[in-house]
Structures are given as structure tokens and as C-alpha cells.
Design a protein around this ligand. Structure first.
Ligand SMILES: *[C@@H]1O[C@H](CO)[C@@H](O)[C@H](O)[C@H]1NC(C)=O
Ligand SMILES: *[C@@H]1O[C@H](CO)[C@@H](O)[C@H](O)[C@H]1NC(C)=O
Ligand SMILES: *[C@@H]1O[C@H](CO)[C@@H](O)[C@H](O)[C@H]1NC(C)=O
Ligand SMILES: *[C@@H]1O[C@H](CO)[C@@H](O)[C@H](O)[C@H]1NC(C)=O
Ligand SMILES: *[C@@H]1O[C@H](CO)[C@@H](O)[C@H](O)[C@H]1NC(C)=O
Ligand SMILES: *[C@@H]1O[C@H](CO)[C@@H](O)[C@H](O)[C@H]1NC(C)=O
Ligand SMILES: *[C@@H]1O[C@H](CO)[C@@H](O)[C@H](O)[C@H]1NC(C)=O
Ligand SMILES: *[C@@H]1O[C@H](CO)[C@@H](O)[C@H](O)[C@H]1NC(C)=O
Ligand SMILES: *[C@@H]1O[C@H](CO)[C@@H](O)[C@H](O)[C@H]1NC(C)=O
Ligand SMILES: *[C@@H]1O[C@H](CO)[C@@H](O)[C@H](O)[C@H]1NC(C)=O
Ligand SMILES: *[C@@H]1O[C@H](CO)[C@@H](O)[C@H](O)[C@H]1NC(C)=O
Ligand SMILES: *[C@@H]1O[C@H](CO)[C@@H](O)[C@H](O)[C@H]1NC(C)=O
Ligand SMILES: [Cu+2]
Length: 603
């Protein structure tokens, strides 16, 4: 945390005082309002911060604090999340709607206190209500302290690349709300973007393609964010290798690679040396799609930007395209790349993997069929998702306030530690009766400082296995193991990496596979856990962990700020409204065949 080596050995009190004076304080104003943008030859209005897409970058040094006054001049409620910032003891400013706060109403404002502690590298911020994050997001740069510097030669310059999703539809939130109302499939993007631009493979996009001008011989720190709504992405730069040095605000052992695979929610820091002959080179990204081969309706756009060398030369007519960029369904490249990531794990950047596990959980991630009551009061069924067969529903007052103020009836503390029953989770022909799920607002409660191991298990329920980028708020965790098939609790733990496992806030749970993570519950609060594919988040692949106070003021949730947005405001759009009831299993079973056909068509 902020215990810098030079302070070790001094009195605890003076350490605390030094920590307080060490971090600097910054103030940002974010003005949220509608603005017009033209992409793919079509203009639409969307909510953005300060007229820009992507939004402004927040720059801090390790351990700083940032106050961001968010003024909502749009016409619906929003919240903002500071993705990957651990916010010690401060869930009040974490942001997820109905989890730690209610939406900031149109015309109102709210000041977030974003507290940086051990994070170092690239993170990001994004809206955490409806699908507004498709237009409301930006990068966070956390510089190392001057006295420590980077654990690699100081780069000459940096370049921020944000990968995003573009929807031609005027109001993606409306489309999502309607689809959730009738249980149908959620929208797919029309193309991906690099720094807001699709690139010159698309009509009306030549002039606006993002260009990165480099100088021969210089080394750049490429700070990348995958802000796409629903896609893992491959990225490569023609003729230039990438050296990955950081991920999710922690350093990793440098790996040299021709391409990367980055899942939604992840951030990556890479070194790029401009050491090729003068010219123009495409940087390109395309989706890595882990769904079944017969489901091919994903966004196939090849999104590009151009890296061009400064200087006097005649550039070729067209930039060179990266020949090493893997194709859409190349599972082997994705798995190979991810398997190479290890923590730096040296004396300057040590790791601290929990070994005395006190809480073990085994959590299945499923794509389901769900029965719910729609706006006209009719029981209907449609697509859903769940964790351990609980499909999360937001309460009407945020979980944090309900917990802090001891309000009853808003959630239950019974999120299961294990799936309700065991079967061949990754099997090809699963019985129909496993596809149904039920909604609930069930949270997991952890004692302060528990050492937690969670094994997430991917499933083929509903004939719909795919990668799920699982994201945890309030913490980073260690990825101690991963594999394909059903997790074996006898043999798989023997293969765990406890020496240099990567420390991240988002991990891709592999299709028909499992991933084991560990963390120490040392940050009291209310923390959202969810799949970072917004399709699955909207369908309920989420839960909440409440980490209890540790018994002293320093180990307890901070006092709430004097103002929090009230919960009585009805937002324009509600995802899977909270008046749903538990479905009638009999009726659902009868409808199931039809839904399965629909699922096979849709995804
Ligand atoms: C956003 O716009 C407001 C109002 O114009 C301005 O005061 C503020 O500095 C801007 N914030 C950033 C981060 O650029
Ligand atoms: C967007 O463009 C439309 C049509 O030209 C215009 O009516 C509207 O006022 C514009 N919106 C904003 C926020 O500029
Ligand atoms: C709202 O913004 C105003 C002006 O920027 C500021 O004085 C006030 O403290 C803000 N209120 C909240 C709750 O952040
Ligand atoms: C850290 O380095 C930056 C850039 O070199 C400089 O502007 C800043 O004043 C330094 N901060 C401290 C606390 O020395
Ligand atoms: C520019 O756009 C046009 C039409 O969209 C396309 O045919 C052309 O190849 C593009 N030029 C470049 C340099 O990409
Ligand atoms: C360019 O730099 C990369 C490291 O980023 C290195 O692997 C490669 O060999 C260099 N190529 C040339 C032509 O110097
Ligand atoms: C994207 O690029 C690949 C290989 O270069 C090509 O096979 C594919 O057709 C392209 N996709 C689109 C939608 O143009
Ligand atoms: C783990 O627990 C054992 C027994 O309670 C104890 O001896 C050991 O020090 C603990 N290890 C750590 C790293 O806390
Ligand atoms: C609610 O569900 C019923 C039965 O499926 C359907 O007829 C009705 O149109 C739905 N209402 C809305 C608002 O989607
Ligand atoms: C919260 O409610 C529980 C059960 O109703 C009660 O035992 C406890 O004292 C309450 N705590 C506070 C802080 O009000
Ligand atoms: C999930 O719960 C539903 C409703 O209780 C049940 O029908 C279904 O079999 C359960 N599925 C699994 C995989 O536990
Ligand atoms: C392993 O899982 C089985 C259920 O499949 C369970 O009965 C057993 O207790 C577990 N063993 C350990 C060591 O957790
Ligand atoms: Cu998912």
C-alpha cells in the first residue's frame, strides 16, 4: 500500500502521517451531456463526458486522491465506476448503480472521491448504469512514484489506445431495455473502434482514422484499455513486436509478442520500439469469439488505426496490415497468450498470495432461460444468466446503503458457496432441466481478512459456453490456476502457481473451463462481482460480496459522504426491473423447448 520501503522501521504513527501527506490531491470536473457524433456515415446523439469520445484521461501518481465532480446534464440517471481502483474502505465512491449508489439524476451532480493505493499502470473509468458505458469511458494513468520509477527503462513517450464498441442505433439503452422486456437477444455492435474511430476499412472513416506519429528509435509506453461492451479482442501492430509489461494496474514479467488478446475490462501496458524503416503501419483489432463455430453473427469488423513514422519520405499507398493478428475463432492463440502472463514478483514488486484459505467457493457461470414478470404484469420468459444458479436482480435501494443503514428486505445473505447440484458442467448434451434459473438478490458475506479462494467454472448450460471476463470491484486478485474441463478439487490445486501468479481485477473464465483465484478480504465494503460482457451483466451474471468491518476504525468502511444521490428517482431505463417474481418452474419447463431453439438461433 502506501508503506514505502524508506519508511519501514519508523513508528507506525509516523508511517500513517507520511502516507497522508505523500499522496497529492487532484480535482476534475466531468460534464455529462448529449453530443452528436458521426460514424459509419450516420450521425447520432449520445451521452459523453465533456463532448469527447472517449472521454478525458485522469492522470495521477501512485497513492494520490482524485475528486471528480460529475455533473449530469443528460436526460437519464448515470453513475461512474473507477475500474481497478481499489478504493480502500471507500465503497461510497465505487459507482455501480444499485450496488453502491443510486443514479445521479439529470440536473444533479455528485463528487466521487477516488482513492488510489497500490495501483500502478493503466486503469480506466466508465459509466456503470445501463449500457451507457459504451459512450461514457476514459483512461486513468497511474504514474509510479518519482523515487521508484518504472521497473523497465523509462519510455520516451506514451500513447493511450482505447478499444470500444460502436452502435449505429440512436439509443442503445432503449434497444437493450426493450430486449430485456421481451426476453430476446441483446444488440451487437456495428463495429469496434480505436480511440473512437473505426478506421479506414469503413466508409466515411478515412479522414478521421486515429493516427499515432512516432519517431524512429524511440520507445513508447502503449497504455491500452478494452472498453468494448461484449468482446474479447486481438490487437497487433504490423511489423512491430509488443512487450507486455503490465496488466490491470500491476506489473508483469515482460513478454515479447506479435499480438495480444485483451478481454473487456482489462487494461494492458506495453512497450513499443519504433525501430522499423520509415513507413505507415496499421494497428488493428478484431474480435476473438469463443462461442460455438455455428454462431457467426458476431461483429467481424477489422478496426484499424495508423502508426506512422515522422520524417521526410514517400509513404506507401496503403499501410501494411499486421500479418500476425489472429483470426476470430483462434482459441489456441488466446490461450497461449494468456498463459504467458506472470507477476513481476521481485523484491521491489513482491506478491502476497493467500495460502491459509478460510473461505472456498466454487461458482458456476451459466447462460439460462428465465421466467419473469414484464411491465404489463404478464409472466414471460427469455434469456438470462446466472452464477451458481442465481440470476442477480438489482434492488431498488443500493446494497451498500441497505447494509450500512441496516435496512431489511432489499437483499439476502445467502449467495451459495457451491452450485445447487453437481453434473458434467461442460458436457455436450446437458439435460433440459438445468437451463432454467431463478432471480435473486443474494449476496456473499465475508469476515474481514478472510483468505478466499474462488474457482469459477464455465458451463455448457443451454448449449452456450463462452469466455466470461469476471471482474471484481474493490480488489485485485491472483489467478492461481486455470484449465479446461471440470475443475478437479484433488488434482488441479497441485498445479497452482503460487510463485508468480498474475494480479488482476478481471480474468477471462475460459469457455468450458475453470479459473481459480485468491484474495485476502482486507478491504471492507460492498463490492460488485460480475461478468464484464454487458450482455451477461444485464442478464444477471453478477453477485455482491460484503466484506465486514475488522473491528477498528482503520479496518472499517469510512463514513458516507454528506451527500449521496437519492434512491427515489425512477431512471428512464431499468434493466430487468426489480419487481420480477420467481418463475413457475412447471410453466417454464413447457416453454423451454422454444427458448432453446431461440437460444440456438441467437447465440
Ligand atoms: C470539462 O468541462 C468543464 C466545463 O467546461 C471544465 O470545467 C472541466 O475542466 C473539463 N474537464 C476536463 C477533465 O477536461
Ligand atoms: C444533433 O443534431 C441534430 C440534427 O442536426 C440537432 O437537432 C441536435 O440539436 C444536435 N444535438 C446536439 C446535442 O448538438
Ligand atoms: C455540485 O457542483 C457544485 C459546483 O461545481 C459544487 O459546489 C457542489 O459541491 C457539487 N455538489 C456535489 C454534491 O458534489
Ligand atoms: C516528480 O517528477 C515530476 C516530473 O519529473 C516532477 O514534475 C515532480 O515535481 C516530481 N515530484 C516530486 C514530489 O518530486
Ligand atoms: C478511403 O475510403 C474509400 C471508400 O470508403 C476506400 O475505397 C479507400 O480505400 C480508403 N482509402 C484508404 C487509404 O484507406
Ligand atoms: C525492434 O524492437 C523489438 C523490441 O520491441 C525487437 O524485438 C526487434 O528485434 C527490434 N527489431 C529491429 C529491426 O531492430
Ligand atoms: C478482416 O480481415 C480478415 C483478414 O485480413 C478478412 O479475412 C476478413 O474478411 C475481414 N473482415 C471484414 C469484415 O472485412
Ligand atoms: C498459516 O497458518 C498456519 C497455522 O495456522 C501458521 O502457522 C502460518 O504462519 C500461516 N501462514 C501465513 C502465511 O499466514
Ligand atoms: C409481456 O409478456 C406478454 C406475454 O408474453 C406479452 O404478450 C406482452 O406483450 C409483454 N409486454 C411487454 C411490455 O413486453
Ligand atoms: C441491525 O439489525 C440487526 C437485526 O435486526 C440488529 O441485531 C443490529 O443491532 C442492527 N444494527 C444496527 C447498527 O442498527
Ligand atoms: C436452477 O434452478 C432452477 C429453478 O429452481 C432449476 O429448475 C434448475 O434445475 C437449476 N439448475 C441448476 C443447474 O442448478
Ligand atoms: C471435492 O468436491 C467434492 C464434490 O465433488 C466434495 O465432496 C469434496 O468435499 C471436495 N473436496 C475438497 C478437498 O474440497
Ligand atoms: Cu459473461
Amino acid at each position: 500500500m502506501c508503506m514505502h520501503p524508506r519508511f519501514l522501521g519508523t513508528l507506525l504513527l509516523s508511517v500513517a502521517l507520511l502516507c497522508i501527506v505523500e499522496g497529492r490531491v487532484h480535482y476534475y470536473d466531468f460534464v455529462l451531456k448529449e453530443a452528436n457524433f458521426t460514424r459509419l456515415c450516420s450521425t447520432k446523439s449520445m451521452l459523453v463526458v465533456n463532448d469527447s469520445f472517449p472521454g478525458p484521461t485522469i492522470r495521477v501518481q501512485k497513492g494520490d486522491t482524485v475528486y471528480v465532480n460529475v455533473q449530469n446534464q443528460g436526460d437519464y440517471g448515470v453513475t461512474i465506476h473507477w475500474h481497478g481502483v481499489h478504493q480502500p474502505r471507500n465503497p461510497w465512491s465505487d459507482g455501480p448503480e444499485y450496488i453502491t449508489q443510486c443514479p445521479i439524476e439529470p440536473g444533479a451532480n455528485f463528487t466521487y472521491e477516488v482513492i488510489f493505493s497500490d495501483e500502478e499502470g493503466t486503469l480506466w473509468w466508465h459509466a456503470h448504469s445501463d449500457w451507457t458505458r459504451s459512450s461514457v469511458h476514459g483512461a486513468i494513468v497511474v504514474m509510479p512514484l518519482n523515487e521508484t520509477g518504472f521497473p523497465f527503462p523509462e519510455p520516451d513517450e506514451e500513447e493511450i489506445i482505447i478499444l470500444g464498441s460502436w452502435y449505429v442505433d440512436d439509443d442503445v439503452n432503449e434497444v437493450v431495455a426493450e430486449a430485456l422486456e421481451d426476453g430476446s437477444d441483446l444488440p451487437r455492435s456495428d463495429c469496434y473502434t480505436i480511440n473512437g474511430q473505426p478506421g479506414d476499412f469503413f466508409a466515411c472513416s478515412n479522414e478521421t482514422t486515429h493516427r499515432w506519429q512516432v519517431e524512429y528509435g524511440k520507445t513508447y509506453l502503449l497504455r491500452m484499455v478494452n472498453a468494448a461492451m461484449n468482446a474479447e479482442l486481438y490487437f497487433a501492430i504490423a511489423e512491430h513486436s509488443l512487450i507486455v509489461v503490465g496488466m490491470d494496474g500491476s506489473y508483469v514479467k515482460p513478454i515479447v509478442t506479435d499480438f495480444i488478446m485483451i478481454c473487456p475490462g482489462q487494461t494492458m501496458d506495453m512497450l513499443v520500439t519504433a525501430n522499423q524503416s520509415h513507413g505507415r503501419f496499421y494497428m488493428a483489432a478484431r474480435q476473438y469469439d469463443s462461442v460455438r463455430p455455428d454462431v457467426t453473427d458476431y461483429d467481424k469488423s477489422n478496426v484499424t488505426a495508423i502508426l506512422e513514422y515522422k520524417g521526410d519520405y514517400t509513404p506507401p499507398a496503403r499501410p501494411i496490415f499486421p500479418s500476425k493478428l489472429p483470426t476470430y475463432e483462434d482459441l489456441v492463440s488466446a490461450v497461449y497468450f494468456s498463459s504467458r502472463i506472470k507477476s513481476l514478483a521481485n523484491s521491489d514488486h513482491p506478491i502476497d498470495v493467500p495460502v491459509n484459505i478460510t473461505t472456498r467457493m466454487y461458482i458456476t457461470a451459466e447462460m439460462n432461460t428465465i421466467t419473469f414478470v414484464n411491465d404489463t404484469g404478464d409472466e414471460t420468459s427469455g434469456l438470462g444468466s446466472s452464477l451458481n444458479n442465481v440470476s442477480w436482480v438489482n434492488p431498488s435501494t443500493d446494497v451498500l446503503l441497505a447494509y450500512y443503514r441496516n435496512m431489511s428486505g432489499l437483499y439476502t445473505e445467502d449467495f451459495p458457496d457451491f452450485p445447487p447440484f453437481f453434473f458434467d458442467f461442460v458436457g455436450e448434451d446437458l439435460p433440459d432441466n438445468v437451463a432454467a434459473t431463478t432471480q435473486g438478490t443474494r449476496v456473499k458475506v465475508l469476515e474481514y481478512n478472510e483468505e478466499v479462494e474462488i474457482v469459477f467454472q464455465g458451463t455448457n448450460v443451454n448449449y452456450a459456453s463462452e469466455d466470461h471476463p469476471m471482474h471484481m470491484h474493490g480488489y485485485s486478485f491472483y489467478i492461481v490456476g486455470t484449465g479446461f474441463g471440470n475443475f478437479d478439487n484433488e488434482t488441479d490445486p497441485k498445479e497452482y502457481n503460487l510463485l508468480d501468479p498474475p494480479k488482476v481485477n478481471t480474468v477471462s473464465l475460459p469457455k468450458k473451463g475453470w479459473v481459480a483465484i485468491r484474495f485476502k478480504a482486507s478491504n471492507p465494503g460492498v463490492w460488485f462481482w460480475h461478468c464484464h460482457m454487458d450482455r451477461h451483466l444485464s442478464w444477471g451474471m453478477n453477485t455482491v460480496m460484503i466484506v465486514k468491518d475488522g473491528g477498528t476504525p482503520e479496518t472499517s468502511i469510512r463514513e458516507p459522504p454528506s451527500y449521496m444521490p437519492p434512491c427515489n428517482y425512477a431512471s428512464k431505463i431499468k434493466l430487468r426491473p426489480f419487481h420480477h417474481t420467481v418463475g413457475d418452474v412447471e410453466r417454464l419447463a413447457m416453454q423451454f423447448e422454444g427458448q432453446l431453439d431461440k437460444r440456438k438461433r441467437g447465440r
